[in-house]
Design a protein around this ligand. Sequence first.
Ligand code: 7TS
Length: 404
Amino acid sequence: MLDIQKIRADFPILNQKVNGKPLVYFDNGATSQKPQVVIDAISKYYQEINANIHRGVHTLSQLATDAYEVARGKVQHHINAKHAHEVLFTSGTTFGINLVANGFAAILKPGEEVIVSHLEHHSNIVPWQMLCEKTGATLKVIPMDETGELIMSEYDKLLSGKTKIVAVNHISNALGIINPVKYMIDKAHEAGAAILIDGAQSVPHLKPDVQALDCDFYAFSGHKMCGPTGTGVLYGKEEWLHKLPPYQGGGEMIKEVSFEKTTYADLPHKFEAGTPHIAGGIVLGAAIDYLNSVGFENIQKQELELLAYATERLSEIEGLRIYGNSKNKTSVISFNIEGIHPYDIGTIIDKLGIAVRTGHHCAQPIMNFFGIPGTIRASFSFYNTKEEIDALVEAVKKAKMMLS
Ligand code: 7TS
């Protein structure tokens, strides 16, 4: 069992009042809060070893390079990648997906197909649309049902010899639905297609095993898993990273440059042009250490308890509808109250110290499916408590009374 009060003491930001009320932070889907060890690791980097990496013979540069590569190794072990050079540091999920989509511009031919799902964040839709526009390929969409689940029989039908890549999230940010990614990966491979998993919303809740999954790419952000903003990872299978062209040109990604011809550096440097977010990469390693010290089994147990409790308590409120009722869900509840705009509820409960996200959550196709402008999304982390859920329920009741 987790000692939640002890855990909460690791997160200084949680211990404050917002609008005169104790902060209840339920916007973890947007970004997680950071534990003191992560905050300290940022200062420590700048106080002790700040230097540019992979280029200096001087001691600080070597220390910074070593720390950066140690962090890459931590990510490798965390996601069980076969090689450290399959782990590319990026600025986030969005960057990772764009890197792959851009690379596929050199592979796709007119008439070939890319598959995404109805449950995607805009970050996993728009880069593929841009790719299709550029190449003359066609975008196909796996439909969803009323429970928020993707319809696998439709996915099976969409796959064909024309499919070159499938891009789907592990967990939906707007509804919290966990997709059957292992099935989807195996089916994509049977059809001869590559598959990218958008892990932005899964990495805070589970430890992905990229070899067991056998995905070709797995993209995620550091800031949703207790790490700094502006950090992220793209895992790519070695063979794919060799096949794809570099995304950006610049320093660090080259072997030799002349005006006649440039040759590219080995992996992972081929995809890491310019000075990276050195502190960020190193500190992402510290965030992963922190999450592992809490333990993903403990994290999941606590979060599922919160999900069950919040689902039950929110359902007490008349006229409240939860979107996405699948059993395969993580600790996210997206809801609306009949006749009231989600933004109005969000604004009132913010005055009561409660932070939730309202709107379309960068997933407009899901909102269109349900015929709504948006939802109120409460997304819980392992450092949240049942008392905070009680505060949310009371606040929503109050807002409803004021707005009805
Ligand atoms: N994919 C999914 C499934 C996401 O939830 C997000 C961010 C992204 C991609 C993009 O991640 P980024 O770190 O590159 O911005 N999702 C959210 C959210 O739900 N609320 O704010 C950001």
